[in-house]
Ligand binder design. Structure first.
Ligand code: FAD
Length: 450
């Protein structure tokens, strides 16, 4: 089927077409869009946007489909599914400059870059899309070594709401380029991203399971070890969800992304402290290709997953006590992700991801029956407020809600005001609204309800 108004033809699906049901479903939601389009180039994206405008259709832009809010689909509107825009192209091998399609997934990208002995600092899951992850920031196993995904972005080609194809970089459309680095999908459809890849082929990846006899002590020891760890080492500490039939446990995962040729003895010496936080029940450490450490994630059937996060400038003893109390009480999964290093050396105003002073991100995850409503999710996450109160910001990509209050915590006032100015310039009618929405209103957040 083709769009009536479309010339050239755009691959489309409507209810009842073969493949529609799969295409309408994303990781966290099942939608019922009136039309799904799969453009093959910027011109087809522009045609799709014009069609949506003519028919007054709500817009979803879908890359890997992993939005925590299910924003990659909708009911009654248009989904622009970027699945065909998934190429990975080397533009300049000497600079490791690569162009990645806005609909590619990180599994595809890492496998392709591996052929050159390169990698890109991004997320930890193969199926997550380059589009959503990058536009929010992109935090993964090399965040302390090479920063966020956006810190390695040098350009992006964007089809804006009015159908123009623009290139955003330090040289052209600079404010748009700034906004795309953390401001989410607010500004247009990114058809491709230009990144400088890193010279990484293998990393040391490990998992250490601990009995959780002393949560406060274990978290403190992990924090202290990460204070003195080199940038090459990134790690997470997960307090596993409490279950009545199992003793409490925690897992430390880590990635050491050192320079090629680093002596094994040096790697061992740097990793060793991560094995000394408490009673170890299981450990495995191996040198692996970076492309192989990305996981496949599946949505557990019959369950509704929800997560919130907070960025803390200091993982001090008060925060640690709040984390331990929360875990001892309602027992959610709590993931602490070490930051600092290269992530922290980027000036706060250099990108729209402003929280560069964060020492760690803490994510709280709960699983509820699939029938749970939003009120049930709020109730389950209510105790999390005691930890969240210690934060100075959040990362939009791990946030299950996108109210004005959520947007305000993600973007400090100066960042928000600058994002709103970019929004006014590139999407004054707020056509890209299914996201952590930046409103084009002249007074930005001041005009929003409290
Ligand atoms: P989509 O639902 O396709 O897109 C999300 C939103 O991004 C869209 O609604 C749209 O607003 C916008 N968008 C996407 N592509 C484009 C584009 N090309 N142009 C314009 N707008 C676009 N995040 C991390 O940082 N690190 C991780 O390790 C990590 N792991 C995760 C693991 C799992 C299992 C899940 C579910 C999420 C994870 N995330 C991680 C969060 C992830 O970054 C966000 O959910 C992100 O929004 C997913 O991007 P996507 O392209 O897959 O999703």
């Amino acid at each position: 089927m083709t769009l009536q108004r479309a010339e050239p033809a755009v691959d489309t699906l409507r209810p009842g077409d073969d493949g529609y049901d799969d295409a309408a479903r994303v990781f966290f939601a099942t939608g019922a869009p009136a039309i799904i389009v799969r453009p093959r180039d910027p011109e087809e994206v522009a045609v799709s946007l014009a069609y949506a405008g003519d028919h007054d259709l709500t817009l979803s832009v879908r890359s890997g489909g992993h939005s925590a809010l299910g924003h990659g689909t909708n009911s009654g509107g248009m989904v622009i599914d970027l699945a065909h825009l998934d190429a990975v192209e080397v533009l300049d091998a000497g600079r490791r400059l690569v162009r990645v399609g806005g609909g590619a997934t990180w599994g595809t990208v890492s496998a392709r870059l591996d052929q050159h002995g390169w990698a890109l600092t991004a997320g930890d899951t193969a199926g997550v899309g380059v589009g959503g992850l990058t536009l929010g920031g992109g935090m993964g196993w090399m965040v302390r070594r090479y920063g966020l995904a956006i810190d390695n972005l040098v350009g992006a080609r964007v089809v804006t709401a009015d159908g123009r194809l623009v290139t955003a970089s330090e040289d052209e459309h600079r404010e748009l380029f700034w906004a795309l680095r953390g401001g989410g999908g607010n500004f247009g459809v990114v058809v491709d991203f230009d990144f400088i890849a890193q010279p990484v082929s293998t990393v040391h990846f490990g998992s250490v399971a601990y009995r959780l006899d002393d949560p406060v002590g274990l978290i403190r020891r992990w924090r202290d070890a990460m204070h003195v760890a080199p940038d090459e080492l990134t790690s997470t500490l997960t307090l596993m969800p409490r279950r009545p039939d199992m003793p409490p446990s925690a897992t430390v995962l880590f990635c050491y992304a050192g320079d090629p040729g680093t002596a094994e003895a040096d790697v061992d010496r740097l990793i060793e402290p991560l094995l000394a936080f408490g009673p170890v029940s299981e450990a495995s450490i191996a040198e692996r290709r970076y492309a192989e450490i990305l996981e496949d994630a599946a949505h557990p059937p019959g369950l509704r997953m929800a997560a919130r996060n907070v960025l803390v400038p200091s993982l001090d003893d008060e925060v640690i006590a709040a984390i331990a109390d929360l875990h001892a009480g309602s027992g959610p999964a709590l993931v602490l992700r070490s930051l600092g290093g290269a992530f922290g050396r980027v000036p706060a105003a250099a990108t729209a991801f402003a929280h560069r002073d964060a020492e760690a991100m803490i994510v709280c995850g709960v699983m509820l029956p699939a029938t749970a409503g939003d009120a049930d999710v709020e109730r389950a996450l209510d105790p999390w407020g005691a930890v969240a109160a210690h934060g100075t910001g959040t990362y939009v990509n791990f946030q299950v809600s996108a109210t004005a209050a959520d947007v305000a915590v993600a973007y400090p006032p100066a960042t928000y005001a600058r994002l709103a100015a970019v929004k006014r310039a590139y999407d004054p009618d707020n056509r890209f609204a299914l996201n952590h929405n930046v409103e084009p209103a002249a007074f930005g957040r001041a005009a929003r309800p409290a």
